[in-house]
Design a protein around this ligand. Structure first.
Ligand code: HEM
Length: 307
């Protein structure tokens, strides 16, 4: 549907912001800035956080009393966390814009697209509440993982909206349909196992006061081994999807993207393991892994049933 090009561009912008939020969240974790703002939704009781210790409210210790963190003020951590929250805020506003446009354009003809945009807003609210839970739980490792899942659902909804708005182009290939379903499940499990590796790394690195990076993987044991094995299987599935995409002009771009993403993801994984966790590789590994999941989902949607 050619006249939906502008709309599709808008949904792509929302998708881009979702990835900015994933990246920002990971930078918070990598720089250990999660407690940079000890309260929520304000930061040290303020809408705009302090730039230096002199700007802290007199009673600022009350915001720290539940947290097991260093009580000296660190403007860098505070602002990294604050920018992360701002990114989620901007995403919320972009989604409000998308809801307005979706209802104007599709409410009468394709109401499902309009309601999907509302679904995005509901998830942003859930995501913000989870942010509050993370701060309250003192960055408990499991709440950090749970916080990732709604964001994947949001990315999936955007991809579905794009497919619906672009029209009902479908491919009839039962084998490829099944293989893309299996690849999607495989990569989803791989991502879940990855978050468990991350949980173990978080516990160990915290105990080591974020020093001695070469020891951060020391307690990952069988989880890391499974993550490495499944990585090869996932990579093989992605390469296969790329190869099969060459037969379908509509799938070629996605197939190529998948190939590039999986090569980058494997490279980042081995960089983390073999080069003692360089900080840049942590957000890169998460963003590329999330992008693989979303790309395979988009690929799979070409095999939806005809209505
Ligand atoms: C298709 C391939 C892969 C996918 C989709 C994937 C996905 C992920 C995801 C989503 C995480 C969690 C990141 C986070 O929550 O910040 C993770 C963590 C991790 N992965 Fe992978 N991964 C893949 C391949 C690999 C490979 C090949 C290795 C190493 C040989 C590896 C090593 C790690 C390590 C060490 C972590 C913990 C990172 C951290 O604590 O920041 N991954 N992976």
């Amino acid at each position: 549907m050619k006249n939906n090009k502008g709309y599709v561009r808008l949904v792509r912008i929302v998708l881009l912001f979702i990835f900015v939020v994933i990246l920002a969240g990971s930078v918070v974790r990598t720089t250990h800035s999660g407690m940079g703002c000890p309260d929520w939704p304000t930061c040290f009781g303020r809408i705009i956080p302090p730039m230096n210790a002199g700007q802290l409210p007199k009673d600022y210790e009350k915001y720290l009393d539940r947290q097991d963190i260093d009580h000296t003020f660190n403007a860098f951590h505070t602002w990294v966390e604050y920018i992360n929250r701002l990114c989620t805020g901007v995403l919320g506003f972009v989604i409000i814009g998308l809801i307005v446009v979706s209802f104007r354009k599709f409410y009468k003809t394709r109401p499902s697209i309009a309601w999907l945009s509302v679904g995005l807003m509901v998830i942003v609210v859930i995501e913000s509440l989870l942010g509050w839970l993370i701060v309250r739980s003192n960055l408990h490792v499991d709440t950090v993982t749970i916080h990732l899942l709604p964001i994947f659902v949001m990315a999936g909804i955007c991809v579905l909206m794009i497919h619906k708005a672009e029209g009902s182009y479908r491919i009839q290939d039962r084998t490829l349909k099944w293989i893309s379903t299996i690849a999607l499940i495989l990569v989803f499990i791989q991502v879940l196992i990855g978050t468990q590796v991350r949980t173990s790394v978080d516990i160990t690195s915290k105990a080591l006061k974020y020093l001695e990076r070469e020891k951060w993987l020391s307690n990952t044991g069988v989880i890391l081994t499974s993550h490495e094995l499944l990585a090869w299987l996932s990579a093989f599935a992605c390469v296969f999807l790329f190869w099969r995409s060459l037969s379908y002009p509509r799938l070629q771009k996605l197939g190529f993207l998948l190939l590039v993403l999986v090569i980058g993801e494997m490279a980042m994984g081995f960089t983390l393991v073999k080069m003692d966790f360089p900080a840049f590789a942590q957000p890169a590994h998460l963003v590329l892994g999330s992008a693989i999941l979303v790309t395979i989902f988009s690929y799979r949607l070409y095999f939806r049933k005809r209505k």
